[in-house]
Design a protein around this ligand. Structure first.
Ligand SMILES: [Zn+2]
Length: 94
């Protein structure tokens, strides 16, 4: 049986590594601006744990990771997206 290696990415909040499929991707697309789950360019990933979904420093961490400033409207959208994806803890890779 062939085992597929998952593509691993680090959550910018807890800095744990997860399968990319389980992370919310935020991309700073040079042409289109900030995008969720799509776009090209500098990206950051956030896992769906309760902790990270409610991280009060997420805006700062995200701005640092994407090297851009984010308006509060965008952070609102992000928080709603994160809260919508909270579920049982996903497998952790270390
Ligand atoms: Zn996390």
């Amino acid at each position: 049986m062939i085992q597929k290696n998952p593509v691993l990415r680090m959550c910018i909040s807890c800095r744990k590594t997860y399968d990319r499929k389980n992370l919310l991707k935020i991309t700073n697309d040079p042409k289109l601006g900030i995008m969720f789950q799509k776009g090209m360019g500098r990206s950051a990933y956030i896992c769906n744990s309760q902790e990270c979904s409610t991280d009060s420093k997420i805006k700062k961490k995200l701005q640092k990771a994407l090297k851009t400033s984010l308006d509060s409207e965008l952070i609102d959208i992000l928080e709603k997206k994160l809260q919508a994806t909270i579920r049982i803890p996903i497998r952790e890779y270390n």
